[in-house]
Design a binder for this molecule. Structure first.
Ligand code: GS8
Length: 217
C-alpha cells in the first residue's frame, strides 16, 4: 500500500517531507488538507495528529506527524533506495547529520520562521508585518549563517561532503526567504550562497518548489 501524505503543497513542513520522498524515489498518495475550513482541527484529522498540524504521514497502520521525524523514518525505511540521506555506513558522518539536523531545528528555524511569517502570512491574515520582529530575526539569522559560512568553507554540505537530510531540512523556508528582501542574508555569504544554489537545484526539490506559492492554494 502506498504511503499517504496529508498536507498542502505550499506548506513548508509538507514540502520538506515531499522533497525527502522524491529523493528516496518513493511513491506516495498526496491528500490535501483544507486549512481554510479548519479540516485539521476536526476529529478525523485530530485522530491522526492531536496537535492539529500538517503534515501527517500514514504507512499502513503507522501514523506519524512532525516533518523532521517523518523524514527520519522515510530515510531509514528506504535507506537502500534513492539518495543516501543518513550516511549510516560512516558513524562519524551519520553523527554529523544528527548535529546539523538539530542545528536547523534549534538555531536556523527559530530565526527564519518569524521573517517568513511576518512577510507572507501576516498580510494574508490581514495584519501589518511587524518590522521590529523582522529586524531582530534577520540579525539572529545572520549570526547563525555566519557559522554556516565558516562550516561550508571546509565541507561542501553541512554534514560533510555528501548531501543529506541535514541540508534538505533547510530547503522550504530558505526557498521562501529568497523571495524576500532578506535573500541578501544568503547572497552575501559566498559559501552559503553556493550551497543554496546547489541544494535548491536538485530535481527532487525543483518538483516540489513548483507548488510553493503563497496565496494560490
Ligand atoms: C510543525 C507543523 C506546522 O506548524 C512539523 O511538522 O515539523 N513542527 C511541525 N504545520 C503548519 C503548516 S506549515 O506550513 C500547520 O499545520 N498550521 C496550521 C495551524 O497552525 O492551524
Amino acid at each position: 500500500m502506498a504511503l499517504k501524505l496529508y498536507g498542502l503543497p505550499m506548506s513548508s513542513y509538507t514540502t520538506r517531507v515531499m522533497t525527502c520522498l522524491h529523493e528516496k524515489a518513493v511513491d506516495f498518495e498526496f491528500v490535501p488538507v483544507n486549512l481554510f475550513t479548519c479540516e485539521h482541527k476536526e476529529p478525523p484529522f485530530l485522530a491522526k495528529n492531536p496537535f492539529g498540524l500538517i503534515p501527517v504521514l500514514e504507512d499502513g497502520d503507522l501514523t506519524l506527524f512532525e516533518s523532521r521525524a517523518i523524514n527520519s523514518y522515510v530515510a531509514h525505511k528506504y535507506k537502500d533506495s534513492g539518495t543516501d540521506l543518513l550516511r549510516l555506513s560512516d558513524i562519524k558522518e551519520a553523527a554529523a547529520v544528527g548535529v546539523w539536523m538539530e542545528v536547523e531545528s534549534q538555531q536556523f528555524n527559530p530565526a527564519i520562521t518569524p521573517i517568513i511569517y511576518e512577510f507572507f502570512v501576516a498580510p494574508i491574515s490581514g495584519k501589518t508585518p511587524d518590522q521590529a520582529i523582522i529586524d531582530a530575526s534577520a540579525e539572529k539569522l545572520g549570526k547563525v549563517l555566519d557559522i554556516y559560512e565558516a562550516r561550508l568553507s571546509s565541507t561542501k554540505y553541512l554534514a560533510g561532503d555528501s548531501y543529506t537530510l541535514a541540508d534538505l531540512h533547510h530547503l522550504p523556508y530558505t526557498f521562501y526567504l529568497m523571495k524576500t528582501p532578506w535573500a541578501s542574508l544568503i547572497e552575501s555569504r559566498p559559501h552559503v550562497k553556493a550551497w543554496w544554489e546547489d541544494i535548491s537545484s536538485r530535481p527532487a526539490f525543483k518538483k516540489v518548489a513548483e507548488g510553493m506559492k503563497f496565496g494560490e492554494e
